[in-house]
Design a protein around this ligand. Structure first.
Ligand code: FAD
Length: 310
């Protein structure tokens, strides 16, 4: 059995692996795809001390750093069940989709999250070529350009306010008949001179030319009329879904499906910790996930030295 078994190999899982291994304890990482969301990222310009890199390079560096330590990396492994220890300090089991099973004295869950897609023509084709999901990450790439935000909930309206300060113009597209964001955000958004809001608007296509986005088509759900907004960027903000479906009923989740953690990264299950985008930690970013993974590993180590094996 492992002293620490990490499930998920994104920035949070990799950082947890390095921190755990440096304590000289038996450490394993089971991950569906080592590197996580970073693999799908083009430019990264906000990981402090790294002025600029790209996703695949960053993912390779995460793996190289982790492999420099004595960590069992089990890639292409999907966990589908967590079984808490039968007695205090006992072994926790993680069952894998391939039928295998791993046991450990502590487990760190770092399965990340995924952005919900709008699933319209052009979205997949122009991902990273004008279609973006993270305003903190990619907002500055659209400096002085025209963009749209799809989604009028809190994250969409926050994104639109954020982008309005950077880009030339923001068009906010909301499917429902009104914005669902908090009133204070809606008031702020409406006060901005370079924002246009369309409600009852169904995005039907993201258009492009020469490998780049050049417009967004939406249908007015009241009149049935189609409109084309010429622009250079589209931010999809219709939800970030934590990869925690497999934990339902075992670990306490928030109403958004995020693993509820305390300031030490502890979940409600003894010996089970969590870190990064799959948790309630605010703001989903690489530097935050990495710090969170380090914290969870130190908490797991602290738990191990205080908890005698039965
Ligand atoms: P993830 O990176 O999501 O990693 C999760 C890991 O868990 C993966 O290894 C995955 O395969 C694995 N996994 C999931 N489910 C299971 C399971 N059941 N069993 C086993 N393994 C599982 N952030 C920035 O700071 N700067 C940026 O420029 C930036 N750009 C981004 C661009 C895009 C297109 C996207 C999608 C995200 C971007 N982000 C950026 C956000 C950043 O990538 C995430 O905040 C960060 O990767 C979260 O790290 P994590 O380790 O918590 O989760």
């Amino acid at each position: 059995p492992y002293d620490v078994l990490i499930v998920g190999g994104g920035p949070a899982g990799a950082a947890a692996g390095v921190y755990a291994a440096r304590k000289g304890i038996r450490t394993g990482i089971a991950a569906e795809r080592f590197g996580g969301q970073v693999n799908d990222t083009l430019g990264i310009e906000n990981y402090i001390s790294v002025l600029e890199t790209d996703g695949p390079k960053f993912a390779a560096a995460l793996e190289a750093h982790t492999r420099a330590y004595d960590v069992d990396i089990m890639n292409l492994q999907r966990a589908d069940k967590l079984i808490p220890a039968a007695e205090p300090g006992g072994l926790i089991e993680v069952q894998l989709a391939n039928g295998g099973s791993l046991k450990a004295r502590t487990v760190i869950l770092s399965t990340g999250a995924r952005w919900r897609n709008v699933n319209v023509p052009g979205e997949a084709e122009y991902k990273n070529k004008g279609v973006a999901y993270c305003p903190h990450c990619d907002g500055p790439l659209f400096k002085g350009k025209r963009t749209a935000v799809i989604g009028g909930g809190n994250s969409g309206v926050e994104a639109a306010i954020d982008l309005a300060g950077v880009v030339a113009h923001v068009t906010l597209i909301e499917f429902a008949d009104q914005l669902k964001a908090d009133a204070v955000l809606v008031t702020k958004l409406k006060s901005l001179p370079n924002v246009t809001i369309h409600t009852n608007a169904q995005t039907t296509e993201i258009t492009g030319e020469g490998g780049k986005v050049n417009g967004l088509k939406y249908k007015d759900r009241v009149s049935g009329q189609e409109h084309l907004v010429p622009l250079e960027g589209v931010f999809v903000q219709i939800g970030l879904v934590p990869n925690t479906e497999w934990l339902k009923g075992t670990v306490e989740l928030s109403r958004f499906g995020e693993i509820v953690v305390d300031a030490h990264g502890r979940t409600n299950v003894p010996g089970v910790f969590a870190a990064g985008d799959c948790t309630t930690v605010p703001f989903k970013q690489i530097v935050i996930a990495a710090g969170d993974g380090a914290k969870a590993a130190l908490s797991a180590f602290d738990h191990l030295i205080r908890t005698p094996a039965p």
